[in-house]
Design a binder for this molecule. Structure first.
Ligand code: SAH
Length: 260
């Protein structure tokens, strides 16, 4: 191998390492061709982890044909029955959306999203969610996201083909991995929390709000949605979640005493 080729290989290995903890999560995809084209879009940019939540048809010859040499990604793709299992071990969840949503969520462009994903602690994985061809992500799925990412488009015709959306995002991730510019290093004591822990926190929060009669059990949805938005924006770390869980437990004990 000549020196230039050796250097290229080394830097490709570095880029691949920087991208290795990023999961592309396709939710409930209808067309197997889109799953294959996604694998191709990922592999050309150096992404490896493909997760599929309840794909309509998979595996399938159409997926393999569209993967065109990226079928190793299809073979290693992990199929899940529930989104929660695809998010296990992830500290950051980004949702992609072709349109603006009614309960506005923090939304950012792809370049910023790629920078944030690359700046994330690499001890845990990062998930990027892609919705169904027909209607994108549901509100339930969006609530699992810290941020929404929108690929800027013609406002009158803003919905990309699923695999093409993956391509644009994968390209920006690659560019961010190559340049590493603007990457901020989290503080040393910052320990990420994974999606499962956040869900257990939300269950505890809801129960406590019921116990202290703050939450109206007839109409719990809106408040909980707003609180999720608040905590997803704040990105509490391990210590902060422990403190919050402690406060919840103490409030429950106090409410219990008060009732007696
Ligand atoms: N009609 C659907 C579009 C789904 S397109 C809707 O209005 O939501 C399928 C998926 O491709 C989307 O869920 C999203 O993951 C991705 N996608 C398409 N266009 C996008 C865009 N402009 N920005 C970000 N993601 C996009």
């Amino acid at each position: 191998m000549n020196t230039k080729a050796a250097q290229d290989t080394r830097s490709e290995a570095q880029v691949a390492a920087r991208l290795s903890n990023i999961r592309v999560v396709l939710i409930n995809t209808t067309h197997p061709g889109n799953i294959g084209a996604t694998a191709r879009a990922m592999k050309v940019m150096g992404l490896q982890q493909l997760h599929l939540v309840t794909p309509k048809i998979f595996p399938d010859a159409e997926a393999t044909a569209m993967a065109s040499g990226a079928d190793d990604l299809l073979q290693h793709a992990i199929v899940h029955d529930l989104l929660e299992s695809a998010l296990q071990g992830c500290s950051l969840v980004l949702g992609t959306s072709a349109r603006l949503r009614s309960l506005s969520m923090p939304q950012m462009d792809v370049r910023k999203a790629a920078e944030i994903a690359l700046a994330e602690h690499d001890a845990k994985d990062i998930a990027i969610l892609f919705g169904r061809e027909r209607y994108g992500l549901t509100n339930h799925e969006i609530q699992r996201c810290h941020q929404l990412v929108h690929i800027d488009t013609n406002p009158d015709y803003g919905s990309l083909n699923l695999a093409q959306a993956v391509q644009v995002i994968a390209y920006e991730l690659r560019m961010a991995a190559i340049s590493e510019a603007g990457v901020t290093v989290p503080p040393l004591d910052w320990e990420p929390v994974d999606a499962g822990q956040m869900e257990r926190f939300y269950v505890h929060l809801e129960q406590t709000l019921l116990d202290i009669s703050f939450l109206n059990p007839e109409q719990p949805k809106r408040l909980l949605m707003r609180l999720r938005r608040l905590f997803n924006r704040a990105r509490p770390d391990q210590n902060e979640i422990n403190i919050l869980r402690g406060i919840l437990a103490a409030s429950q004990r106090a409410a219990d005493k008060h009732e007696k």
